[in-house]
Design a protein around this ligand. Structure first.
Ligand SMILES: Nc1nc2c(ncn2[C@@H]2O[C@H](COP(=O)(O)OP(=O)(O)OP(=O)(O)O)[C@@H](O)[C@H]2O)c(=O)[nH]1
Ligand SMILES: [Mg+2]
Length: 305
């Protein structure tokens, strides 16, 4: 199971710039609208110091972080819901996303045309919102079923959680949007990812991309649990908050759900204190839990089948 974040916004606002900074993938970035047509898909690791600390005491061959999938979707314009600028195709790509990360333009760049005419974050936010709502209306009309089941409701574009990300160059004047938002200079962020550690230090530059990944993780309502496979692999997994041990097991291996009997669990910090699993077990610090156990953020889990 993976969780999907859709990068959405007007054309030329820096969506692909953000995608490249996050995934380090080479994608087309250019000062013209509709540079991106086919979506770019990439995976981003979720930063987690707990994983590093667990790995320090375990010393595994491989350390694998949890990840989120990001999709860089083509720009939407007014009328997208009616097919304007291939809008229908692009809107359909949003439907498969769990949340929307909306990039909003707040930078001056005369080369890169601003399709909405001027820097006006609130106005741009409303343009996109309207397109999503109009598309939903059209879908509802088409279905015309009086009772909506939960799944259909969930499918609505305007119902998806949104994180607004203002792409600012810290120079342009603008009235901030009325909603909550993150503000970053995405071009600078992309450039930072191309620097070495030493260069970053020298220039005193720090990436803020982790804030975005963490914000996505939070709004997706995810927790992290860990697994340790001997000296081989220590791994972090993303799980929807509130799910039980067999559901967590399913993410690791399909058998872990079907054949789930019990799991052994310890909080990550407790294991760090006690230094190793065997010792923790001897001290009675490893809990044995059944299929109704709700997995907690920071649990280290060993599934027993
Ligand atoms: N000055 C400045 N230019 C930026 C910034 N972010 C992006 N740009 C430029 O704006 C242009 C468009 O950037 P893209 O990342 O391709 O934008 P996009 O939203 O993916 O555009 P489409 O795929 O066409 O919808 C490029 O020339 C970028 O270099 C920024 O923070 N500051
Ligand atoms: Mg693009």
């Amino acid at each position: 199971m993976s969780f999907v974040v859709g990068i959405v916004g007007l054309p030329n606002v820096g969506k692909s710039t953000l995608f490249k900074a996050l995934t380090k993938k080479q994608v087309d970035i250019a000062p013209r609208p509709f540079t991106t047509i086919n979506p770019n898909i990439g995976i981003v690791e979720v930063p987690d110091q707990r994983l590093e600390k667990i790995a320090e005491i375990v010393g595994p061959e491989k350390v694998i972080p949890a990840f989120i999938k990001f999709i860089d979707i083509a720009g939407l314009i007014k009328g997208a819901h009616k097919g304007e600028g291939l809008g229908n195709q692009f809107l359909a790509e949003i439907r498969n996303c769990d949340i929307i990360l909306e990039v909003v333009r707040a930078f001056e760049n005369i080369e890169a045309e601003n399709v909405s005419g001027k820097i006006d974050p609130q106005n741009d936010i409303e343009t996109i919102k309207t397109e999503l709502e109009l598309k939903d209306l059209e879908i509802k009309e088409r279905k015309k079923s009086p009772v909506k089941n939960e799944e259909e409701e969930e499918d609505l574009l305007a119902q998806k959680p949104v994180i607004y990300l203002l792409n600012t160059d810290n120079k342009a004047d603008y009235v901030p949007p009325k909603t909550e938002y993150l503000a970053l200079n995405l071009k600078e962020e992309m450039e930072i990812t191309e620097l070495s550690e030493a260069e970053k230090k020298e220039l005193g530059l720090n990436s803020k991309l982790d804030h975005i990944v963490n914000a996505c993780y939070n709004i997706l309502d995810l927790i992290t649990f860990f697994t340790i496979v001997g000296q081989k692999e220590t791994r972090a997994w993303a799980l929807k908050k509130g799910l039980k041990a067999p559901e967590a097991g399913k993410i690791v291996h399909t058998d872990f759900k079907e054949k789930f009997i019990r799991a052994e669990v310890i909080n990550w910090q407790k294991l760090i204190e006690l230094k190793d699993w065997k010792q923790a077990k001897e001290k009675g610090e490893i809990k044995t839990v059944g299929k109704d156990y709700v997995v907690q953020d920071g649990d280290i889990v060993e599934f027993k089948i």
